[in-house]
Ligand binder design. Structure first.
Ligand code: ATP
Length: 444
């Protein structure tokens, strides 16, 4: 495997993720389940940090946004109305020889199996919604689906939020949650999953205002991409042409990221017109129009939808952070996370773990920091050099070490510690009393 080849990069990220507790294969001890991954302690912390940034930027930080947490299971009529029952399908062919299945829109020669060369069977449409049975009766009336997108949970609650909060136009709903798609060929680690997480906004506007709002969200999406530390030079906005756009969308931009396996979708931004609210209004017979008190008019709002895949964000953040360099004389591989997303903000260590006076002072510093900055780790394993390497590998931006000078061996240095920077390896001395504000400033 040549260095920096796609396979090399994916192997590095996958094995580091597993080794250090970011991401494991789903139900691994039973041989896994295709298209599922489990986030370990550090992966969960990274994911929560990303979700919090998103929520603060797009919900709590704005006056025109309302947060939601709708059910994964919805009345199945929802999915009839949206067209998912009929049309949420990918073209599938099965190899007549090895029986493997392929998405025919993803292979060049649609007649030959890309794995064994056997003949591919006829193309058919495969619905990607995961069906489930709700309740004790096992008949067609109990069929429901695990939602394939979080969006509809917001559209069906449009009227509820309007009635409770009387928001002025424009305003939006935001939600983070799981979605499920029975992908024919889950692949590329956490890029194409069967169980995934989305962060979505449905932003409601007057029809005449859609272009302004679309542009505002395009900029906002770029701000988020930067804030979580995704390498912006690897992100490309791709305007989707008329032929490839969903039928309800009048404009769509895909934000694509240069993954090692190709430039592929990271996020989507779509102008969905009044399609969803109109369709739900007609099908449910509930009036989902909005009354603008000031203008004295009633209309079905139009909608701009910025849609963010959380797992693809994780992958892009990990790939952007992964760095190989040489420090001292030895090669090093580490995750250069922005301190804002790093799962551990600072590791605190005594210089030597067999000196009780160092350990007790270090514990004091650790407890003091942890009170206000929960993502702090106690680390007294091995020698200091090894600790630094291990912390670098998981992307910890700072390592604080308590040594004999902290205790006053050099009187001028009493109550100072060393704080080491992950990227440069440089250490400086800092007063214990200044640590908290310094770290807080960096992780903002
Ligand atoms: P693709 O063309 O890659 O299948 P899509 O166009 O079907 O994606 P959308 O329906 O626009 O995706 O979903 C919104 C977002 O959800 C995507 O931009 C992506 O970040 C994420 N997403 C969609 N499908 C998956 C999946 N199978 N695994 C992980 N994330 C996904």
């Amino acid at each position: 495997m040549t260095k920096n080849s796609p396979a090399y990069m994916m192997e590095k990220i996958t094995s580091l993720s597993k080794r250090r507790g970011f991401i494991y294969q789903g139900s691994e001890i039973y041989g896994g389940l295709a298209g599922t991954y489990d986030y370990g302690p550090l992966g969960t912390a990274l994911k929560n940090n990303i979700k919090n940034i998103w929520w603060r930027m797009f919900v709590d930080g704005r006056d025109d946004m309302y947060g939601m947490d709708a059910s994964i299971l919805m009345n199945p009529n929802t999915w009839v109305t949206t067209g998912h029952v009929q049309g949420f399908a990918d073209p599938l062919s099965e190899c007549t020889k090895c029986k493997r299945r392929f998405r025919t829109d993803q292979i060049d020669d649609k007649t030959k199996c890309p794995e064994c060369g056997g003949e591919l069977g006829p193309e058919r449409q495969f619905n990607m919604m995961l069906k489930t049975q709700v309740g004790a009766m096992e008949d067609s009336s109990s069929i429901s689906y695990l939602r394939p997108e979080t969006a509809q949970g917001m559209f069906v609650n449009f009227k509820n939020v309007v009635d409770s909060f009387h928001p002025k136009m424009p305003f939006g709903l935001g939600q983070i949650g799981k979605a499920f798609r029975n992908e024919i060929t889950p692949r590329d680690f956490i890029f194409r999953l069967r169980e995934l997480e989305q962060m979505e906004v449905e932003y409601f506007v007057k029809e005449s205002d859609w272009q302004r709002a679309f542009e505002e969200w395009r900029v906002a999406m770029n701000t988020f991409i930067k804030a979580v530390g995704i390498d912006t030079t690897r992100v490309h906005e791709v305007e989707i042409g008329d032929a490839d756009r969903a039928h309800y969308s009048k404009r769509t931009i895909d934000f694509e990221f240069e993954y090692p396996f190709g430039q592929k979708e990271l996020y989507g931004l779509a102008y969905r017109t009044d399609f969803d609210l109109s369709r739900h209004s007609e099908a449910s017979k509930v009036d989902l129009s909005y009354r603008d008190e000031e203008a004295g008019e009633r209309f079905i709002p139009h909608c701009i939808e910025p849609s963010f895949g959380l797992d693809r964000t994780m992958l892009a953040v990990l790939l952007s952070a992964y760095t190989e360099d040489t420090m001292g004389d030895s090669p090093r591989e580490y995750l250069k996370f922005h301190p804002r997303v790093a799962p551990i903000k600072t590791a605190v260590s005594p210089l030597l773990k067999n000196k009780p006076e160092l350990v007790s002072k270090a514990r004091e510093v650790y407890t003091m920091l942890k009170k206000d900055i929960p993502q702090i780790m106690w680390d007294d394993n091995g020698n200091v050099g090894k600790r630094y390497r291990r912390q670098d590998e998981i992307g910890t931006p700072f390592c604080v070490t308590i040594d004999f000078d902290t205790l006053g061996e050099t009187p001028d240095l009493k109550d100072t510690v060393t704080i080491r920077d992950r990227d440069t390896g440089e250490q400086k001395r800092m007063l214990i009393g200044d640590l908290k504000s310094y770290i807080m400033e960096q992780i903002k």
